[in-house]
Design a protein around this ligand. Structure first.
Ligand SMILES: [Zn+2]
Length: 188
């Protein structure tokens, strides 16, 4: 069942033009894949690292790949991430973080044309989203872009949870993008 789901996921990534291979197993991943950046024109970079690959659960790889076109449309050329697959507990709890399973990615900054770089720590504007208007009225272009990206990913239904600085103090400097495991990941 899982193998079939993984095979389908790999094929889907390939059909999206993503360079992908199965494995290696990291942490507690059940369906690990390694994708090479760029993904449909969007580069995924880890600051300070020359590594151009990302090893995560296939469900997360697929959610990112399916979101890439929309990110490009919003002007995002580079997604800077600091944490993908690593076994650890949610802070101050004894529960395993979704990062342990390769189902979450922590994003710290987005880069656009002309060297524009917006960081979650410096550019996210707190408390701008409204119940009936997800983006709200951020005052800066960085605040607007970050909020628009969050709202776009949220409304896509591809992510189970997106945590930002409005969620709690632990997320003051990054966006936590999390997907459900593949068995429950409906085709979208
Ligand atoms: Zn996280």
């Amino acid at each position: 069942m899982l193998l079939a789901a993984l095979a389908t996921c790999l094929l889907e990534l390939q059909s999206l033009g993503v360079e992908v291979r199965a494995g290696p197993r990291r942490g507690l991943t059940v369906a690990p894949v390694t994708i090479s950046s760029p993904v449909r024109g969007v580069r995924f970079e880890r600051p300070g690292s020359a590594e151009a690959t990302l090893t995560v659960d296939c469900a997360l790889a697929l959610a990112l790949a399916r979101s890439a076109d929309r990110l490009r449309e919003l002007g995002v050329e580079v997604v800077e991430w600091v944490s993908a697959t690593s076994v650890r507990n949610i802070r101050r709890t004894h529960r395993l973080s979704r990062h342990s399973f390769g189902l979450a990615l922590d994003v710290v900054a987005l880069r656009g044309p002309g060297g524009l770089r917006y960081t979650v720590a410096g550019d996210f504007e707190r408390g701008t989203g409204l119940p009936d208007d997800c983006v709200g009225a951020p005052e800066t272009s960085g605040g607007r872009l970050l909020r628009t990206v969050i709202c776009t990913l949220e409304s896509s239904g591809r992510f189970r949870r997106i945590l930002d600085p409005d969620f709690d103090g632990d997320h003051w400097d990054h966006l936590h993008l999390e997907v459900p495991p593949m068995a429950r990941h409906a085709a979208r």
